[in-house]
Design a protein around this ligand. Structure first.
Ligand SMILES: Cc1cc2nc3c(=O)[nH]c(=O)nc-3n(C[C@H](O)[C@H](O)[C@H](O)COP(=O)(O)OP(=O)(O)OC[C@H]3O[C@@H](n4cnc5c(N)ncnc54)[C@H](O)[C@@H]3O)c2cc1C
Length: 647
């Protein structure tokens, strides 16, 4: 590089440093300074200047941080900023890479301004990326080379499982029916497809990314991220693509699973000591029964099966459904269609976030990418409520209910935010306001992030029609009440069916079929294991959905699988299998607690939380940290085991 160019770069760097540090949350700035200098006395020197100052709950640049009611001492903030700039200019390499548990506790309690329990600290160290597998078994043995683990599916869950199990020394193989990794983010290519959980929460603790372009990444950027993780941890060589799992059976003599697949029209069989089902839970698009759909002359698209070669520009489109995908699709199509009609069966609660469509602020991005450990501490702040909450917004507080008829203070706070947003958005359109106002308790359906959907509904070339699709004609749809809507393209944003493994032939001990056991309702121990199915681990299974991102769930469940398998190695076991009693007790506890949630008392809400039997099969009733704790390592008393055969 020419000298003049280098000077330009340096000037840019110095300018960016000044503007980024100037805007950085001083709490995070102080923590970064401790890393850079290794000087922990800075915490006691400057910490008191932040007494009573509210901490950011999300990004260091979040509105909450900027609207803090009590500001920190200005002189202390100026001194922190000046020192951070000086340290960055002299040597931006941190002295302290990883605070051990004791220092982490001090730093985390400062970051969040609260005392943290041992569990919250353990979960926090993982969330921030300073530890992996907290509370797990200390391995003293290496898994034997013939300990094959077959992971089925290469979405986020399968990738995390492959990385963690490989690191633990297991001989892994992954099978995947697609031609690439990413699962949901490989399959869903509809217009405007995006993550609706902030990237800071929807990313992997051991593979954090400081360079997201948006606070809520687009589907394509997220798929590239997962692809990058798979590449970084070199798991591509262990993946057999275009391999469709069709079923498996337990071979009690060989103490192995025999797994059937189809590869290019041929049946191919795998054998493995353990199987990890990472097939996802939203993979089967749900198609409504529509009489005469084949008569419809125009293109018909489904959100989960989007054909990118079909051009919908200039079309008069009906979008059926108002879930998360529909909100994204309708918003994405409105600019290119001549007219969009959204057909709504039931409205949803929408949550606002001004950052939803925004690129990450350049100063923030610079700080994340360049100032050591800003990414990690910001992430910890984001995880604060997951680590410390003792209830979820779905849990009914009996005292609050008796007093107000509502659900809980937490639930009501979020409901008010959502309704206030709706009323402000549709202040000039009372007709629309009434149509989009939900009449069921908040959180009895998953709330949706507003990605521009409300603004889309306010457009002159977009209509919201309440009704149910009944049938199709050549160039119109007909609703159940007989109304006709002319259109020349139809988009079914009707979601996915939640039928755990319904299409697979999975047989455990004594040839018992999983689907028979799961008739009428699927169940599992800790959402992951079923008696009669040794060494068989289900991810995202019944009652394991958490009130947080899927990545959080994935890391916790993969940790548990790793611990079960490590336990087998340590104790020279051929099988590990949850007992009937442990599974029954767990499910009894679950159902008792679920009774007291808004999912069971959900009024008119439709949605996939509730199974046709009326039971809740998707969600776990407790807070994240409870599930985290439950999955630290197997409770030996809950398992039946068989030792390895001699020789
Ligand atoms: C449109 C959409 C948006 C979402 N947005 C969010 C969000 O913002 N936040 C959030 O927390 N969650 C979100 N989810 C939920 C989402 O499914 C998970 O977050 C996550 O991507 C699931 O990861 P997974 O690995 O468990 O499953 P998947 O991503 O579904 O991966 C499963 C993999 O298994 C493969 N597979 C399936 N069947 C077979 C078979 N028979 N043989 C071989 N391979 C098979 C699939 O091809 C796929 O690659 C969203 C879901 C959808 C559909």
């Amino acid at each position: 590089m020419a000298e003049a160019d280098a000077a330009i770069v340096d000037n840019n760097w110095a300018d960016r440093l000044l503007s980024s540090v100037d805007r950085l949350d001083p709490v995070v700035a102080l923590l970064a300074l401790v890393h850079l200098t290794g000087d922990r006395s800075l915490l006691s020197k400057y910490g008191p200047a932040f007494d009573g100052v509210p901490r950011a709950g999300g990004s260091s640049f979040s509105a909450k941080a900027q609207q803090a009611q009590k500001a920190p001492d200005a002189a202390a903030v100026a001194a922190i900023r000046a020192r951070l700039i000086a340290e960055m200019e002299s040597n931006p390499v941190p002295v302290l890479e990883n605070p051990g548990p004791a220092l982490f506790k001090q730093m985390a309690e400062f970051a969040l301004d609260r005392q943290l329990t041992e569990d919250a600290l353990g979960m926090g160290r993982e969330a921030a990326g300073f530890a992996v597998g907290v509370g797990g078994i200390e391995s003293t043995k290496v898994p034997p080379a013939d300990f094959e683990v077959l992971i089925i599916g290469a979405g986020m869950m399968g990738i995390i499982a492959a990385v963690r199990l490989k690191a633990a020394g297991f001989n892994i193989r992954v099978i995947e029916r697609n031609t690439g990794v990413g699962g949901t983010w490989f399959n869903n290519t509809y217009p405007n497809v995006a993550v609706d959980t902030p990237s800071v929460e929807y990313s992997i603790s051991f593979a954090q990314n400081s360079s997201w372009s948006k606070y809520y990444p687009r589907g394509g950027e997220y798929r590239e991220y997962l692809d990058g993780v798979a590449r970084k941890y070199r798991i591509f060589d262990q993946i057999d693509f275009e391999t469709e799992f069709t079923g498996c059976r337990w071979d009690a003599d060989a103490l192995q699973w025999v797994v059937s697949t189809m590869q290019g029209g041929e049946e191919v069989t795998y054998r493995a000591r353990a199987v990890v089902m990472a097939l996802g839970f939203l993979t089967r698009p749900s198609f409504p029964e529509v009489e005469g759909l084949d008569r419809f002359k125009g293109p018909v698209q489904h959100g989960g099966y989007w054909d990118d070669s079909v051009d919908l520009t200039g079309k008069n489109i009906v979008v059926v459904g108002t879930g998360a995908s529909s909100a994204q699709i309708s918003t994405g199509l409105a600019d290119r269609a001549s007219h969009v009609t959204v057909l709504q069966r039931q409205p949803n609660y929408m949550m606002p976030d001004p950052r939803v469509m925004q690129n990450v602020d350049p100063d923030e991005l610079w700080a994340l990418e360049n100032i050591p450990f800003v990414t990690q501490w910001q992430r910890l702040q984001w995880f604060s409520s997951m680590m410390t909450r003792t209830a979820t917004p779905a849990q009914i507080d009996p005292e609050y209910r008796a007093r107000t008829g509502g659900v809980s203070e937490m639930n009501e706070g979020a409901r008010r935010l959502s309704i206030g947003y709706l009323e402000q958005k549709f202040a000039e359109r009372p007709d629309l306001m009434e149509k989009v106002r939900p009449d069921f308790p908040f959180f009895s359906k998953r709330p949706i992030l507003d990605c521009g959907y409300y603004d889309t509904l306010l457009r002159d070339d977009v209509d919201l029609v309440t009704g149910e699709l009944n049938s199709c004609e050549e160039s119109a749809i007909v609703l159940s009440d007989g109304r006709r809507i002319e259109c020349d393209a139809l988009v079914l944003a009707t979601g996915y069916s939640l039928e755990y493994f319904a299409e697979f032939d999975i047989k455990g001990r004594d040839d018992v079929a999983l689907q028979d056991l799961w008739n009428p309702v699927p169940y599992a121990y800790k959402g992951m294991e079923v008696p009669g199915f040794p060494n068989f681990f289900i991810t995202a299974g019944p009652n394991s959905g958490l009130a947080s991102s899927h990545t959080v769930l994935a890391e916790q469940q993969v940790h548990y699988v790793t611990e079960c398998l490590k336990h087998m190695v340590e104790d020279d076991l051929a099988t590990i299998e949850v007992t009937e009693q442990a599974c029954a007790d767990f499910n009894e506890m679950l159902q008792e607690r679920l009774e007291n949630t808004i999912w069971m008392q959900s009024g008119s809400a439709h949605g996939y939380y509730r199974h046709q039997t009326g039971k809740i099969v998707l969600a776990f009733p407790g807070p994240n940290v409870e599930y985290w704790k439950m999955l630290r390592r197997p409770e030996i008393a809950d398992y039946a085991v068989e030792p390895l055969k001699a020789g």
